[in-house]
Design a protein. Structure first.
Length: 339
């Protein structure tokens, strides 16, 4: 059965479908509607065929999950993943279907901790389902690649391509974060402390959350590598292994960048403490220098009899010299204590 090419409009489907494609061996993806996808999935396929359908849903539309539950034969683990609180990146096997939770960044990512969201996938030999609540960068890159004619010979190849796209996005984030840290480090060397402390704290929170969310669960991956579903080809499994290794490299770069931001924060704290100590010391010196003047002025300002040098024509000069001498001695003592 040939599926006609359709002009599927973004977000126009009443059941929350963002896009749908049919992939045949050696051919580019053909846009497909939900009803046509159901008809194709109900057909018998030749043995060894790796043709599959990819459907991408918007979970912000409540009809999307309802339609998937009633019209598609998906494992319960997929819908449980949609509801559970833990959203760490993982790929696991459930009744020969892959259930994947991939954390990604918003399309207009600006290093804000709130701009992280999850993408849920379930993949079997003939069907790949992806669902998200917010526009995400990696899945949009995959959609663009499909529109430009990218070909996939299996549903697992589609998942591997998505993981590679997410790795590329993560590498770009690490590069941008490195440039920000470099700029903050340069400013720190020039003594510009005030604008950097909040920026560094925000950047460090983003990096920590990136590492926590994007690091794949090693236990789930290990189980999948040991006992993969029978429909996954060996080269697709190798591609998945390479994707996880790339993630590990990028996550190590993230850890190193976190350490740099931590050291910069400690350096800023040390410099702020040093500036505070200098300010307190200068205030102490000024107080000590003013102490003789205040004491002598207070004594001479008493309206009582017996004030010395009251009748001496050189009394003011003598008192001024005494005050100056005490001030010089006090300043010498203060500076000596500083040294």
């Amino acid at each position: 059965m040939d599926i006609p090419k359709l002009a599927v409009a973004y977000g126009s489907d009443p059941n929350g479908l963002i896009c749908g494609y049919l992939f045949k061996a050696g051919e580019r993806g053909q846009p497909i509607s939900l009803e046509e996808a159901l008809r194709w999935l109900a057909m018998e396929t030749p043995a060894g065929s790796r043709d599959f359908v990819w459907l991408h849903f918007n979970l912000a539309d409540a009809a999307a999950e309802r339609w998937m539950r009633t019209r598609l034969q998906l494992v319960p683990e997929f819908f449980e993943a949609l509801k559970e609180g833990s959203r760490s990146t993982r790929i696991e096997d459930a009744a020969d279907q892959l259930i994947s939770v991939i954390n990604d960044v918003a399309y207009e990512f600006s290093f804000d901790p709130s701009e992280f969201a999850s993408l849920w996938l379930t993949v079997n030999q003939r069907l790949a389902i992806s669902a998200r609540t917010h526009p995400l960068r990696s899945i949009d890159r995959l959609r663009l690649a499909v529109k430009e004619g990218c070909r996939f010979d299996s549903s697992m190849a589609l998942l591997n391509h998505l993981l590679h796209d997410q790795g590329d996005v993560l590498v770009r984030i690490v590069r941008d974060a490195t440039l920000q840290v470099d700029a903050l480090e340069d400013n720190l060397q020039h003594g510009k402390l005030r604008p950097k402390r909040a920026e560094l704290g925000k950047l460090r929170r983003v990096l920590v959350r990136l590492q926590r969310l994007l690091a794949p669960e090693p236990g789930a991956l290990f189980r999948l590598m040991r006992q993969p579903p029978p429909w996954i080809a060996a080269h697709d499994l190798d591609e998945l292994r390479q994707s996880t290794e790339e993630f590990s490299l990028v996550l190590r770069d993230l850890a190193a960048l976190q350490e740099r931001t931590k050291l910069l924060q400690e350096e800023i704290v040390a410099q702020v403490g040093e500036q505070t100590n200098r300010s307190v010391f200068m205030l102490t010196v000024v107080t000590v220098l003013a102490l003789p003047i205040n004491i002598i002025a207070g004594l001479l300002g008493m309206n009582v009899g017996g004030i010395p040098l009251a009748d001496n024509p050189h009394g003011f000069l003598i008192i001024a010299l005494i005050v100056l001498s005490f001030t010089v001695i006090a300043g010498w003592i203060a500076l000596r204590e500083r040294d």
